[in-house]
Every structure is written in structure tokens, then in C-alpha cells.
Design a protein around this ligand. Structure first.
Ligand SMILES: Cc1cc2nc3c(=O)[nH]c(=O)nc-3n(C[C@H](O)[C@H](O)[C@H](O)COP(=O)(O)OP(=O)(O)OC[C@H]3O[C@@H](n4cnc5c(N)ncnc54)[C@H](O)[C@@H]3O)c2cc1C
Length: 331
């Protein structure tokens, strides 16, 4: 039960939001979908909060942009734009990337809901992200919960961390003091704690559209098929060059105090040709690299075992399916 009176502030834009956070810093929390925060308030775990800053209607937090190599101003699209809008330009962008101009980048505003991400035609190519967003809670939770709330709440089991870490995403944090870009993998400090200052908001996440064929996917193990918090989860992103792994990022959730990047697994895979044997070895290394706890959902031993299984399964899947350019349809 929420015993005390809490004032809800409705900022008109990001500047308005930052002024309130600076003024009431510490006593004020951004409210996006409320699916975590309202539970925390009701259970008395945010007793100090006197103001809720409703950021759900700020249009600049709902951006979806593509920044082309060599251009300063991003192309603004809607998250529900039809994929053809950009896929026809992809070849041109890849050529620009080859010339050393850098890759095109996608920027996703922090108040996009899990449902919007899961159904976005433009994000279809980033399977790990689609699978992560689709696996969260129930339709009601996915319609309210946001990408920014999932990252800021920093549960070790949060389903968007492993996909975003695997994509090499950065988070943009903004305050009255300025702007900081932080790799998503560096954002969490421990369960429920991040590098976000009380006067900062997470405005967006950004990741590259690879110019090589790539694979990405996500597996979540829960105790039931829906409304299940992860017992263990893993995301893999890999690019391929000449039939070998070139870039590989592997991230796991719910098997350490924060979502973690599995660098020893990545080191094993880079430069190798995908195979079942390699997938098995990757799984074995993953089970040693994670550091899970036992709790009401699973034992430490089970979590280690299942991490080995899901990492190995993802690498096997990558070996079987190979890589596709972003925008290419599955066979
Ligand atoms: C029944 C149920 C099932 C769930 N199942 C899952 C699940 O399967 N997987 C999973 O990962 N999560 C799950 N969750 C947790 C939750 O739905 C997600 O973490 C969701 O993404 C939180 O987003 P939100 O917009 O609702 O955040 P809010 O509740 O609005 O905010 C959460 C925290 O983040 C802060 N915050 C929010 N946005 C910002 C921002 N832009 N900048 C700075 N701080 C911000 C808030 O101040 C608050 O501290 C579940 C929750 C419930 C109630």
C-alpha cells in the first residue's frame, strides 16, 4: 500500500524533465510504464520518493532514428515504419561503411514499449532484441513496460540487457550537467543499481547496423512459458567473414549479480569456423564464466548447467543458419 501522498509531475519536454530532476533530485523518480516502480512504491521500497515524473508522453523519448555514415543529422522514422523505407538504402550504406565511414546506427528512444519493439518491422533483423522484448511478462506488461525502465531497474534477470549487450549498444544519459554515453554492458552496478545519477534520465540506446552478414538470437529459460522471470538467459550476436566468426558478443542474464558479457566464450569463437564441437566447447566455457546464485527459482548448479546448454544451442544455431545481411529475408 502507498501510504503517503506522492505528487505526479508531467513534464512537457526533456528540458522540463531535467529541471524537475535537478530541483527534486533524490526525492523524484522518472515514471515510464510503472510496471517496476509502482510495485516498488507499493511494497515500501521507494519510501523517499515524493515526486513521480511521468516521462511516458515526451515525444523526444520515443524517437527512432537511423544515422547514416558521414552525415550529422539522423533520419527520423517511426518504430512502426515499414521496413522498405530503409532496406532499399542498405546496399548504399554498406558501401559507405566499407569505405571506412563507419556503420549506420539505429537509435531507439527509451520509452518505447516492449510491444512496440517486438512488432517493429524495422527491428526484425535484430532477432535477439525481438525475442528479448517478446519474452517479457504478459501482453499487458509488454504494452506498458519500456526499454529505459528495464535498463534503469537493473534486475540481473532483465530481458533486454543480454540482447542490447550482444548488439554492442550504448545508452545515452542526459542531465542538467550534460550528456554521457555509456556502454549498456557497463550500466548496471549490481542488482537494482546502475551508473545513472538520480538527476539523470536515460534518453535512448544506440547500436550499429552491421555491414557484414550477421546472426543474433536470444534464449530465455523460465519456470513457465509466460509471466516468467529468467532463471538463465543468453544472447549472441556474430558477424561472419569468409565462413568464420569475425565479431562475436555473448551476454547472459540471471547468472551473476548483473547481466554479463562472456569474453572467454567470445575469445574461443573469434576467427573459428562454426561447428557443433565448437558450440559444445563454448557452452562448457560459459558454464565456468558465469557466477550464479541459488534462489527460489533455481540452484547455482542448475543455472550453470542451463547456461552451458543455451549458449551452446545459440552457437549451434548460428552455425546452422549462418549470417544474413540486415534486411535480407530468411530462406
Ligand atoms: C507481472 C510482471 C512481470 C514482469 N516480467 C518481466 C520479464 O519477464 N522480464 C523482465 O525483464 N522484466 C519483467 N518485469 C519487470 C518490468 O516490467 C520491466 O523491467 C519493464 O521494462 C520496466 O519498465 P517500465 O517502463 O515499466 O519502468 P518503470 O516501472 O516506470 O521504472 C522502473 C525504474 O526505472 C526508472 N526509469 C524508468 N525509465 C527511466 C528513464 N528513461 N531514465 C531513468 N530512469 C528511468 C524508474 O524511476 C524506476 O526506478 C515484470 C514486471 C511485472 C509487474
Amino acid at each position: 500500500m502507498i501510504a503517503k501522498k506522492i505528487e505526479v509531475l508531467i513534464p512537457a519536454d526533456i528540458d522540463d524533465c531535467l529541471s524537475s530532476l535537478a530541483k527534486y533530485s533524490g526525492d523524484c523518480a522518472p515514471l515510464a510504464g510503472g510496471t517496476d516502480l509502482v510495485v516498488l512504491l507499493k511494497t515500501g521500497m521507494r519510501k523517499h520518493i515524493k515526486y513521480l515524473l511521468d516521462i511516458s508522453s515526451i515525444s523526444d523519448l520515443k524517437v527512432f532514428t537511423i544515422t547514416l555514415p558521414g552525415t550529422a543529422s539522423p533520419t527520423r522514422l517511426g518504430i512502426d515504419s515499414q521496413a522498405d523505407v530503409i532496406f532499399e538504402k542498405l546496399k548504399e550504406w554498406r558501401e559507405l561503411a566499407k569505405e571506412g565511414n563507419g556503420a549506420p546506427k539505429v537509435t531507439l528512444g527509451s520509452t518505447h514499449t516492449h510491444s512496440a519493439i517486438a512488432t517493429s518491422p524495422l527491428l526484425k533483423g535484430f532477432e535477439c532484441l525481438i525475442r528479448g522484448a517478446s519474452s517479457i511478462g504478459s501482453p499487458q506488461i509488454r504494452n506498458m513496460g519500456t526499454i529505459g525502465g528495464n535498463l534503469a531497474n537493473a534486475s540481473p534477470a532483465a530481458d533486454l540487457y543480454p540482447p542490447l549487450i550482444a548488439l554492442g549498444a550504448t545508452a545515452t544519459l542526459v542531465s542538467h550537467r550534460g550528456v554521457r554515453e555509456i556502454a549498456v554492458e557497463d550500466l548496471p552496478r549490481g542488482p537494482g543499481s546502475t551508473l545513472l545519477e538520480p538527476y539523470e534520465i536515460l534518453t535512448s540506446v544506440t547500436f550499429e547496423i552491421p555491414s557484414l552478414p550477421f546472426y543474433s538470437s536470444y534464449i530465455k529459460i523460465g519456470l513457465r512459458n509466460s509471466l516468467a522471470i529468467s532463471v538463465a538467459s543468453a544472447a549472441v550476436f556474430a558477424t561472419f567473414d569468409g565462413g568464420k566468426f569475425k565479431t562475436v558478443r555473448v551476454a547472459c542474464g540471471a547468472v551473476a549479480p548483473t547481466p554479463i558479457r562472456m569474453r572467454e566464450v567470445e575469445n574461443l569463437l573469434i576467427g573459428q569456423s562454426p561447428s557443433r564441437q565448437l558450440a559444445r566447447e563454448a557452452g562448457e566455457i560459459a558454464s565456468k564464466e558465469c557466477d550464479p546464485i541459488s534462489d527460489i527459482r533455481a540452484t547455482r548448479t542448475y543455472r550453470r548447467h542451463v547456461t552451458s546448454v543455451i549458449v551452446s544451442r545459440l552457437i549451434e544455431d548460428a552455425a546452422e543458419r549462418g549470417g544474413r545481411f540486415f534486411g535480407e529475408q530468411a530462406q
